[in-house]
Design a protein around this ligand. Sequence first.
Ligand SMILES: Cc1cc2nc3c(=O)[nH]c(=O)nc-3n(C[C@H](O)[C@H](O)[C@H](O)COP(=O)(O)OP(=O)(O)OC[C@H]3O[C@@H](n4cnc5c(N)ncnc54)[C@H](O)[C@@H]3O)c2cc1C
Length: 279
Amino acid sequence: MRTATSSFRLLEPRSLADALRLLRDEPPPVPLAGCTDLFVSLNAGVPTGARYLNLWPLDELRRIRARGDVLSIGALATFSDLIRSTPVRTRLPILAAAAREIGAVQVQNRGTLGGNIVNASPAGDSLPVLAVAEATLVLRSLDGVRRVPFSAFYTGYRRTIMRPDELLVAIEIPPVEGRQWFRKVGTRAAQAISKVVMAGVRAPRPRIALGSVAPTVVRVPDTEAVLASGGSIEEAQAVLQAEIHPIDDLRSTARYRRRVSANLLAAFWRQTGPEEQRA
Ligand SMILES: Cc1cc2nc3c(=O)[nH]c(=O)nc-3n(C[C@H](O)[C@H](O)[C@H](O)COP(=O)(O)OP(=O)(O)OC[C@H]3O[C@@H](n4cnc5c(N)ncnc54)[C@H](O)[C@@H]3O)c2cc1C
């Protein structure tokens, strides 16, 4: 049953400091960014809380800028912002590629990178990109700032290390050396949640991450090690099968996800390899 939104209170902070103060209330309000995930929960009748904290007007959390080597992306940057951003397209083109495949234009205009991360779905399309980019997440509370490696953020299915009084304020991306690769496999190009999503960086130490094949987005270090040491793609595909744990659900089957993951790995390796091997 739908949840009646008329019973909810929307708090309107005037600044980030104000928002952080409101998050110290008991119980803390639920942060609301683009609302594209929250609204789905509300529409499905999931009571996610009676008080919401509207982050949308906090423009200070929307900036994208290159600070020396580091690309800093405000948590409120929308997918449309990422698609249009020259620093993103230049430094991390696979993030713009992932953004282009999220929902359709309406969702890209409202959905934020921060919301995709904190929502913590293993199918979030930006997550494998942030995993291979070895991003750092910047969390703020009244106590100060915590910088958390992306690899340490998720603790289980839809669980994170974030505290209720913290906000994700920015995502920091170090320089990414090597050829970048991204592929989403879904039922159709737009408005489809991933059956499998993969990002890779072809470097002497290759980096590979997959979504929708385990309770959280996963890096696959054993598979990476096989490829780094010159093992064959067939060996790497066999090792990959032990590193992922897909399930059957309404979007796909575990068997299909295993097969597609192996195929994506081969495509990544072929398409980022020497010119004559690319198909
Ligand atoms: C039609 C449709 C299609 C979609 N297609 C895709 C798709 O193809 N791929 C995909 O990955 N996703 C998809 N989504 C899901 C959604 O659009 C994304 O996950 C989006 O990034 C969520 O961002 P948001 O700003 O709307 O988050 P919200 O809904 O506002 O919030 C999501 C969660 O994050 C928390 N939160 C948000 N921002 C912060 C912050 N800065 N600090 C702390 N907590 C925060 C909220 O409290 C909430 O728990 C789709 C959704 C819809 C409705």
